[in-house]
Design a binder for this molecule. Structure first.
Ligand SMILES: [Zn+2]
Ligand SMILES: [Zn+2]
Length: 612
């Protein structure tokens, strides 16, 4: 009837990722109960410790048992209490003279080492409070931090570092935790997690003189190699045998690893060329210029004074081939995510140009021309504001992060649901971690590809105004096109039928038709987005992210919740006032909430909020 975890020493298997570990070991500890059928009064002190029977232990200690006495496997009571997360017993044994850093067991470890192997964060906190030394090394040569990395207990890694354990602490062979995780932990998580604490990527161990990158290659740990290259690990450091990382990669004969390293070496070599450095610095500008040229060239080819669409088609194919070569040569892969922004800006330029040259002369009065000028100015102004204003990135200094981790861990709330393991900050309410921006964003709405920026509490209103002006310009351009066709193309739909009037329009000005297609494309997404945004903001008081999450939850749940019944919906007028933070000459009282620091729903009654 004896449960394995009560009687065995530290397990040697690797632990789970953060969420599992946290829930398994600490949240569920209430279920870890004493068997009902057995008679505790016959338990010896080791068994009583394993089951957490404080009274029985007190009884035996009162009767003269020496708490420092190790059992025949050289394990002390404190070890058993630590591995089974018996906090009361640890306090009791220490009060009776147990030595907190007592070495014991096969691996010559301290109780702290045992608690770490099991992932008991609360026990680690207690033992450190009671004076345990986290720098001690066990029989295998590992320090506490190394063990936490090896068993992938992220909250413990965070806590140990926050408590002042150096992230570059070395084991018996001079290996840092980063080298260990690159070498022994195949999952991406601990390596990525350690890198957030700025460990040395140049450090080498005492024996092989390998860097973390060397170790990752030796273990063919592709995940680790990838992140280590990303943070700029050196490709030139030679190990004790004189091998550089690429030499080691060739020895593994792993094609993917060889490709990763040689590709990185090529990229870095390119940076030595002055010309290519300038290009890299101005990649975004280059992207916009190329999209301007591209849109114009396509229009030019389409507009060519030739009836042969075969010729035009081949020219377009040729053009796309040149363009893809150009993009590969000069524009980095990571900048290609800005392609939609560049395309939008480029096309907006040509739309405005077409409006000026082709459409404006057809508008008789200045008043009918006004919406266009008004729209263009507003559009570019609010685009600029959306991109330049901080959307609400949650920032923290290293000191604040460490203080925060200690605070959360010691109050038992270092919980992955409210703690961002990428930014190492407690997530404010309504915030979300954006992977493109690699930051948590306050009152997150979405990462919009058309502006290449996150939309959060800081720039959401500018984004909405940008969409409004974009729609105005688009609608004006559509109206202008129709007017142009009726003035300049000698055909009408009523007279000639659909097909003839279409061919007439094409031959009348292919350029105008081409720009019209682009305008229609922009109109479709911008209008859809605008309608959705207005609906969410005015009628729901929600962000896009919240609406989608709730909608998904409702699809799974047996008790769907109305999207309108959330604590963020205060009625249409109040929602608008809150969104724009406008008082309208004292007519409204907007709720002033700093969403970068709001962690609870305490600002509002919770009665309506019943999503679960
Ligand atoms: Zn984050
Ligand atoms: Zn983002």
């Amino acid at each position: 009837m004896e449960c394995k975890s009560h009687s065995h020493g530290p397990l040697r298997h690797h632990g789970h990722s953060w969420p599992d570990t946290y829930e398994d070991k600490d949240l569920l500890k209430e279920q870890d109960v004493v068997p009902l059928v057995e008679d505790y009064s016959t338990f010896d002190i080791v068994k009583a410790t394993q089951y957490g029977l404080l009274e029985r232990c007190q009884e035996l200690v009162e009767a003269g048992y020496d708490v420092r006495q190790p059992d025949k496997e050289n394990v002390t009571l404190l070890h058993w209490a630590a591995i089974n997360n018996r906090l009361d017993l640890v306090k009791f044994f220490i009060s009776k003279g147990a030595v907190v850093d007592q070495l014991g067991g096969d691996l010559n470890s301290t109780p702290l080492h045992w608690a770490i192997r099991q992932g008991h964060l609360s026990m680690v906190i207690l033992l450190l409070k009671l004076g345990a030394d986290s720098t001690l090394i066990d029989g295998e040569g590992y320090s506490s931090l190394h063990l936490a990395v090896l068993f992938q207990h992220m909250p413990i890694i965070a806590y140990l570092i926050a408590k002042g354990q150096s992230v570059d602490t070395t084991d018996r062979n001079g290996q840092t935790p980063l080298m260990l995780s690159s070498h022994k932990v195949i999952g991406l998580e601990p390596t990525k997690f350690l890198l957030k604490f700025n460990p040395s990527i140049k450090a080498v161990d005492n024996i092989e003189k390998n860097t973390a990158l060397h170790w990752a290659i030796t273990a063919e740990n592709v995940n680790a190699i990838d992140v280590l290259l990303e943070v700029g690990s050196s490709l030139d450091i030679k190990n004790a045998k004189g091998y550089r990382p690429l030499d080691l990669a060739h020895q593994t004969k792993n094609r993917l690893i060889i490709h990763l390293l040689s590709e990185e070496e090529r990229t870095r070599a390119r940076r030595t060329s002055r010309f290519l450095r300038v290009v890299e610095k101005n990649e975004f500008l280059l992207l916009i210029v190329s999209s301007l040229v591209l849109i114009w060239t396509i229009g030019y080819v389409v507009d060519l004074n030739s009836d042969s669409w075969l010729l035009k088609g081949s020219l377009l194919l040729f053009l796309s081939a040149i363009l893809s070569v150009f993009a590969r040569l000069f524009i980095g892969y990571n900048k290609l995510k800005y392609f939609p922004v560049a395309f939008m800006l480029g096309s907006l330029f040509w739309i405005s140009w077409t409006c000026f040259i082709y459409f404006l002369p057809d508008f008789p009065t200045t008043i009918s021309q006004l919406p266009f000028f008004f729209g263009i100015v507003g559009l570019f102004y609010y685009f600029y504001k959306t991109v330049r204003v901080d959307p609400g990135y949650i920032k923290s200094t290293e000191e604040e992060i460490k203080k925060n981790i200690i605070n959360l861990a010691e109050t038992g709330s270092l919980d992955f649901r409210t703690f961002c393991t990428s930014c190492l900050v407690k997530k404010p309410l309504r915030s979300f971690h954006c992977h493109s921006c690699n930051s948590c964003v306050a009152r997150y709405d979405q990462h919009c590809i058309w502006v290449g920026q996150c939309i959060g509490v800081g720039n959401h209103s500018y984004f909405l105004l940008f969409l409004i002006f974009l729609t105005i310009v688009n609608i004006w351009a559509i109206y202008g096109t129709i007017l142009y066709w009726s003035e300049h193309c000698t055909t009408t739909y009523q007279q000639d039928g659909a097909w003839t009037s279409f061919t007439q329009i094409v031959s009348c000005s292919p350029w105008v038709l081409y720009i019209f297609t682009i305008v229609c494309f922009h109109t479709s997404w911008a209008t859809l987005l605008l309608v959705l945004q207005l609906y969410q903001i005015i009628f729901l008081g929600l962000t896009s992210h919240e609406r989608i999450t709730l909608w998904k939850q409702n699809k799974r749940s047996k008790h769907p919740v109305s999207l309108r019944k959330t604590p963020y919906n205060h009625g249409c007028l109040q929602n608008i006032a809150d969104f724009f933070q406008c008082r309208c000459f004292g007519m409204f009282k907007p709720n002033i909430i700093d969403w970068t620091k709001q962690y609870t729903l305490r600002f509002h009654s919770l009665k309506e909020w019943n999503t679960v």
